[in-house]
Design a protein around this ligand. Sequence first.
Ligand SMILES: [Zn+2]
Length: 288
Amino acid sequence: MTRLGVDYGGTQTKLLLADDDGSSIRTHTVDTGDLSDLAHAVRDFVGTDDVAAFGVTVAGTLDPTTGVVGTSANLPWLDGTAPAADLSRRLGIPGVAVHDGEAAALAEARRGAGQGIDDVFVLALGTGIAGAHVLGGTPRRGAHGAAGEIGHVRVTDADYSCSCGGRGCLETVIGGSQLGVRWRERGGAGGTARDVVAAVASGDEAAIAVLSEAQDGLARALLEVVALVDPSRIVIGGGVARSAEVIVDPAVRRARERATFHILPDVVPAALGVWAGAHGAALACVAR
Ligand SMILES: [Zn+2]
């Protein structure tokens, strides 16, 4: 039976039809609109194919039991609604909503860089930091749907304030926009993670210090993951990880140097890129 994965992003929405084993049949990208626009786009995309179920990602907080969105910063019309139930009524197909980070982790674990491994920790380094421990092909959500929040493990004594209300979290030293903030504090030009990396290449000492702090923070976080979960493989993706050779690889080396009882597993780059969310949404509707 054909399944549909919908990655409902802030600016673009990715649609993916998958067969029973999750292999992609075809894909399409549309500009993001409200749920009525999305239902039209899905009907055009699906055509006469017989779709058994769909999964739709939610970029925001989601009650996994009721499928109701708490808040979605980029798609505010979803706040307080149940998008899967709404789409289901419009399309006449059963569906589930899944947190976007969980969908990407599920896809990487089952069909991407974690394929064939039973016990994978997936880390996404973007503007925010998302983590998920996928065990036997199922992401562990935790008792309150808040497992895997590795972005909010404290990794530095520096008094950097974090979006979570805490201080010195991993996100404050390696989150995409936070890298720019840290650089500006040291007299740099600010900007994005890419700008910081470019400045490092030209020998900018403030940028080098920012990057070193990011590597150090990630090394500490990796050791925390290993201490708590002891996974067979760690998969790292997200925009910041595109600069793997200057951020991720040195961090992994530092973690290996500092390990005491920890056994660092393979640490590998994510494989599915921007389609991970849509793949994961299609898989999620099979999993539940
Ligand atoms: Zn935090």
